[in-house]
Design a protein around this ligand. Sequence first.
Ligand code: 6GU
Length: 256
Amino acid sequence: MRIDVVSIFPEYLAALDLSLIGKARRDGVLDIHIHDLREATTDRHRTVDDTPYGGGAGMVMKPEPWAQALSAVLADAPAPRPMLVVPSPAGAVFDQAMAYELAELDHLVFACGRYEGIDERAIDWAREEFDVRPVSLGDYVLNGGEVAVLAMVEAVGRLIPGVVGNPASLVEESHADGLLEYPVYTKPSSWRGRDIPEVLLSGNHARIAQWRRLEQLRRTAERRPDLLARLDTGALSDAEREVLRAGGSAPDGKGN
Ligand code: 6GU
């Protein structure tokens, strides 16, 4: 997969050299290019922003540097119509389903806005050559798109074959099946007076799977009841229904 990121703070994206994403880059699995938007300016001050028409606080990113920068990316693109992801608190909310969708594509381009955003005409202009998706990480405001791009590249990149060493770890994790992950434990089995749930020592894989499934439902009901609306309730066992009826409260009443 090819990924281009355009930003006025290219150093922010240095984190993409680290860990599994960094290794995937070095292995040639992810072809990631970081571009400085200011390189696409022509004035002495390398201006990328100006005051908003209609008034109001803050500054707006000028359209021409974006057109120049995105045209340069297109000139080097492996295929026509890359996906242009525009990080914005005014975008559609990024989730695991969107990560899976983006992971199927050959070429993603991220346009990191700062200030109050990018002149809307630059976005409209880009629609002629890109599929454009304004995307938000959630309902809060960041100062710019860079942190959001780090999150999105990691979420999408780890779904590309060869990025995560053991593909099985992609199956049993939060959101893979629309539920939160079950709690996990490692050695020692007794630590500071706290024992792991005995079922995990039983060696009974069916019982363990059943326990984990109930814990997933319990946690989801407790922490993210909004996710349960998408659950196929026709396919639930009696024990699973009971966990949901109890609203995610654990048998000991503590939740977890
Ligand atoms: Cl993607 N960008 C910015 N600037 N703020 C955000 C966001 C993105 N997602 C949530 N808040």
